[in-house]
Design a protein around this ligand. Structure first.
Ligand code: COA
Length: 258
């Protein structure tokens, strides 16, 4: 299958899926989300594919977030739909995929990019990576599962600080807090992910799929619904207009009060 914004490369039962919009730091627009969904669905159905690695093209970014230019003029209803559809097509979809999915974080993983990495079954990062959920700096909240998966991975207090400051953390801090499992030099990133994947694929695919299902069953769904609701509502605010306009105009936003 031909894709515009992603590259799929399969070798020795391991597929590497690369988000390929380097001039936009691999930001997730609608087309990329749809292509990732289609690619992951067909890889999951392919008997030959036993593990999947998701990464970003180039050396600078994994994925620098959802494509801000695409949603800056959305209404509250459209914002809600954006989150609901994205979660269904990509983020929930990856989390519940029967085939193991590893995120290879090769650079900036911000907003929807970090949410994509967190939806994967686990994460490995190169030492130049920077991770964060900057949404509140745009007047919006994380809408692709970030308010749920970040606390699951790093604990509520650390997640609250990252979400409220909107700041970025480096690989070392991400490693210490459990956000990533391993940190390596950039040229070692894909080789290490493949090495881990090659251990995984020696095991029973059926048992692995069943384990993924059981692990996921331990986490509630209610928070995701709340996130979609609040994400949509933030699109109706002046702060959202100011935050996204400021980003696109490359200036600092000026938010209203409480
Ligand atoms: N959506 C749309 N476009 C994005 C983007 C995003 N999330 N992140 C980066 N880009 C685009 C920039 O607009 C720029 O495009 P242009 O060359 O046409 O102007 C290009 O990618 C390069 O980004 P730039 O900001 O010039 O690179 P930088 O090295 O100065 O900064 C970042 C890198 C990652 C710090 C910065 O791009 C950034 O803050 N991105 C947004 C992160 C974010 O808020 N994500 C959450 C979205 S919900």
């Amino acid at each position: 299958m031909d894709y515009q914004n992603i590259i799929v490369d399969t070798e020795d039962h391991i597929s590497v899926v690369t988000v390929n919009r380097p001039d936009k730091l691999n930001a997730l627009n609608r087309k990329t989300i749809e292509e990732l969904h289609e690619a992951l669905k067909s890889l999951d159905q392919d008997e030959q594919v036993r593990a999947i690695i998701i990464t970003g093209s180039g050396t600078k970014a994994f994925v620098a977030g959802a494509d801000i230019a695409e949603f800056s003029d959305f209404s509250a209803a459209e914002g809600k739909q954006l989150a609901a559809k994205g979660q269904r097509l990509l983020f929930d979809f990856i989390e519940n995929l029967s085939t193991p999915v590893i995120a290879a974080i090769n650079g900036f993983a911000l907003g929807g990019g970090l949410e994509l990495a967190m939806a994967c079954h686990f994460r490995v990062a190169s030492d130049n990576a920077r991770m964060g959920l900057p949404e509140v700096s745009l007047g919006v909240i994380p809408g692709y599962g970030g308010t749920q998966r970040l606390p699951q991975l790093v604990g509520k207090g650390r997640a609250m600080e990252m979400i409220m400051t909107g700041g970025m953390i480096g690989t070392e801090q991400a490693h210490l807090s459990g956000l990533i499992n391993h940190m390596v030099a950039q040229e070692q990133l894909i080789p290490l992910c493949k090495e881990i994947a090659s251990k995984i694929i020696k095991n029973s695919p059926k048992a692995i799929a069943s384990a993924i299902d059981a692990v996921n069953a331990g986490f509630g769904k209610k928070g995701y619904e709340k996130e979609i609701e609040n994400f949509g509502a933030s699109f109706g605010t002046e702060d959202f207009k100011e935050g996204t306009t400021a980003f696109l105009q490359k200036r600092k936003p000026e938010f209203t009060g409480k």
